[in-house]
Design a protein around this ligand. Structure first.
Ligand SMILES: Cc1ncc(COP(=O)(O)O)c(C=O)c1O
Length: 408
């Protein structure tokens, strides 16, 4: 009979991710040093904190004194409130009339991007004798969300509503990760022009913000009242593999273990599709990590994993749960040994940025696709902790909802 009380934390896991919350705090402090002291930081923790775990990352950031958190959707914000997150939370995506009562109840600040929703929300508030803070999103050229920044008449009118209090005004840059791109200058001048117009009319909301990670690091003059760095606070170069000299610590490591070792003779092929054939006798390790864990299938015959601190080329196709690597140069490698699959601090060849580059994607996509089945461990104040231990250390309150959540 299986034990109903078995604690899965007791099992030795074949693979896991380590979330370096000390690195996250370091990155917040590095970033603070790059912007004017009065500028607030909004830390985007949408998409489960870019795959790093929204609750752990949010609480670590709160303990490090973060000013604001940002989520994409209402439910992501409610989840953080259910675990006691006290700081202001901006919903960066859109909301609908169904969401109004929940935004108010959970003190979540919506971004509002269209006049129809804004007028409906304002009327809804006034009918109930309420007011609620919001940020107005304007479109300066990304053409995703927002009221056209040149539509001064509409913006002026909306900023004077009585139920909605627009404490913030913001826009998003489309090309900030390409240094010197002309579109960034166009967007900056459109945003600036609107802010100056509102200043003249005495309608300027107190928190104007434009810059994401690349925007703030490449253009320190556009920090306005707040910046919204996501990828840089998770420790990845916002410009991919284009060099930047910021002292950022990658927050995520993906680790696994060797599960089998074999000697493969010359002429034998490895993995699905026979895409790699031994040209010499090769010592091969089967590692318990695959695309089902979020490791990139595109690393076929081109990436590395590190064993005992040394690079081991990937041999043939990455499978769902396993990948084969060449450990011929590491004679003492043994079953059970740890393998670093993603670990930018150890070697740039297995940084998220390099893997993304080789696989023709971006670090954001790999990080957000890390599978939930990977066990998570957390580096906090020099120790490697399980979730229950971290929770005590960070003094994360018990969830207020009865539903089980996956917020860690
Ligand atoms: C509106 C908004 N602000 C800020 C960010 C953070 O961007 P980055 O992670 O490039 O710093 C994002 C990310 O997608 C976003 O959508």
């Amino acid at each position: 009979m299986p034990s109903p009380t078995l604690d899965l934390d007791q099992l030795t896991r074949p693979n896991w991710i380590e979330i370096n919350l000390d690195g996250l705090v370091n990155n917040i402090n590095v970033f603070r040093g790059c912007i004017p002291p009065a500028t607030k930081i909004l830390f985007p923790v949408k998409a489960d904190a870019y795959g790093h775990g929204s609750l752990a990352c949010s609480w670590a950031a709160v303990r490090a004194g973060i000013d604001w958190l940002g989520v994409a959707h209402l439910f992501e914000g409610i989840l953080l409130r259910q675990y006691g997150i006290p700081v202001p939370i901006l919903i960066l995506g859109s909301i609908t009339p169904d969401d109004f009562p929940f935004a108010v109840e959970h003190a979540l600040t919506p971004s509002l991007s269209d006049a129809e929703t804004i007028l409906a929300f304002d009327a809804w508030l006034l009918q109930r004798g309420l007011t609620h803070n919001a940020h107005l999103k304007v479109d300066t050229g990304m053409h995703r969300f927002g009221i056209q920044s040149s539509d001064h008449a509409t913006i002026d009118a909306l900023l004077q509503l009585k139920g909605l209090r627009f404490e913030g005004l913001f826009s998003h840059l489309a090309t900030a990760d390409v240094p010197g791109h002309s579109m960034t200058s166009v967007q900056i001048s459109r945003f600036r022009e609107l802010v100056e117009h509102l200043e003249k009319k005495n309608l300027r909301p107190p928190i104007c913000h434009l810059a994401n990670s690349a925007g703030a690091l490449n253009n320190p003059e556009i920090t306005f009242d707040m910046v919204r760095p996501g990828i840089a606070l998770y420790g990845y170069n916002p410009m991919g593999t284009i060099p930047g000299d910021w002292m950022l610590t990658p927050v995520m490591r993906m680790m696994a273990t060797i599960r089998q070792i074999r000697e493969v003779p010359t002429g034998e092929s490895i993995s699905y599709g026979q895409l790699w054939t031994a040209t010499r006798p090769t010592r091969v390790a089967t590692v318990a990590i695959g695309y089902g864990d979020g490791y990139m299938r595109g690393e076929v015959n081109q990436g590395w994993m590190f064993v005992h601190g040394k690079p081991c080329p990937i041999l043939g196709r990455v499978c769902m749960d396993a990948t084969m690597i060449d450990i011929s140069e590491i004679p003492d490698a043994a079953i059970g040994d740890p393998v670093a699959a993603i670990h930018g601090e150890l070697d740039s060849r297995i940084s998220l940025e390099s893997i993304a580059d080789r696989c023709h994607t971006i670090s954001y996509e790999i990080a957000t696709r890390v599978a939930r089945r990977l066990y998570r461990k957390y580096h906090w104040q020099g120790r490697l902790l399980r979730w229950d231990e971290l929770r005590k250390e960070l003094e994360i309150p018990a969830e207020t909802s009865s539903k089980e959540s996956r917020a860690t």
